[in-house]
Design a protein around this ligand. Structure first.
Ligand code: NAD
Ligand SMILES: O=C(O)C1=N[C@H](C(=O)O)CCC1
Length: 267
């Protein structure tokens, strides 16, 4: 029998948080010991809309939550500011963070990696939990060895706070690790409308689309001599992320360092 993993979820009323609460509740070897929210301190989750059948104490103070409920793992699905704060507190309290929240900078990742190392505790920061998105990123990295010119178009719902998406940044990082830095396009090109060529990461243009009706989508487009290769992934609903969240909670229990990106876990 698998040992029970005690889990706290931060951001339980959010689009992803609701799915994660349900996942933890329905997974036999997971136990939902608490949720961390901005409101409803001291209430039972079952008294909050959407959760009539799931019981867990609600805390607005993360440190009190950790002291009183002693979770093994924190799943964070909040905002960039809250996510960074929660991750740091979790590491300091010996609670393993599984972070889906995006908007972390390379400096944030470096600082948290050092803290995890210092505390000798596992942590996972995953810009995307969907297995198809991980494959898209891996395929893009493979393709970048053969096609050095590439642009990324990411498309998300219009309630998303951060741009570019964490997935787009991660994809650009994976590509830039295997191709020499270069400036793409014409050396003399000029934007007649600012932003027309998108943001750039190590010379790779990233374009962000925000529209109602979308969930999470990305195209990585490579151009070569007389040919193009497009690698596309679509998440049509947030259930697509949950097998990655489950795997991350199980895996983080065995880690002693911070892992940034599920591509290091899904071999
Ligand atoms: N890694 C992935 O696969 C993946 C997939 C989808 C979304 N995301 C990311 O997850 C995050 C959440 O996305 P969402 O669509 O669920 O957003 P959302 O706005 O629906 O939910 C965020 C929730 O966090 C809560 N929150 C904000 N500050 C808080 C705090 N200090 N303490 C506790 N709760 C707090 C908000 O009240 C809200 O309910 C975003 O950063 C998004 O980019 C990641
Ligand atoms: O809905 C979001 O917000 C998503 N954010 C992640 C990102 O920024 O890459 C992953 C997909 C959904």
């Amino acid at each position: 029998m698998m040992e029970t993993i005690k889990v706290a979820v931060a951001g339980p009323r959010g689009r992803m948080g609701r799915e994660a609460v349900s996942l933890v509740h329905h997974t036999e070897h997971f136990q939902l010991v608490a949720v961390i929210d901005r409101i409803n301190d001291g209430k039972d989750l079952a008294d909050v809309d959407h959760f009539s059948w799931i019981h867990a104490p609600i805390y607005t103070d993360i440190e009190r939550c950790f002291r009183e409920t002693k979770p093994d793992v924190l799943i964070d699905l909040t905002t960039p500011e809250a996510g960074k704060h929660h991750t740091e507190i979790a590491l300091r309290y010996g609670v393993r963070p599984v972070v889906g929240t995006t908007g972390f900078t390379p400096d944030d990742i470096e600082r948290l990696t050092k803290l995890a190392e210092e505390k000798e505790i596992g942590a996972i920061i995953a810009p995307n939990f969907a297995v198809g998105a991980i494959l898209m990123m891996k395929f893009a990295q493979m393709a970048a060895k053969y096609f050095t010119d590439v642009e990324i178009i990411e498309l998300h719902h219009d309630q998303k706070l951060d741009a570019p998406s964490g997935t787009a940044v991660k994809t650009a990082q994976l590509i830039s690790a295997v191709r020499p830095s270069k400036k793409q396009g014409h050396p003399d090109e000029k934007e007649t409308l600012e932003g027309a060529r998108g943001a750039t990461y190590d010379g790779i243009p990233i374009h962000s689309v925000r529209l109602p009706g979308f969930v999470a989508h990305q195209e990585v487009i490579f151009g070569g001599n007389g040919q193009a290769l497009t690698i596309r992934h679509d998440s049509f609903h947030r259930g697509s992320f949950m097998s990655g969240v489950k795997l991350s909670v199980e895996t983080v229990m065995k880690l002693r360092t911070l892992v940034y990106g599920l591509e290091h876990i899904i071999e």
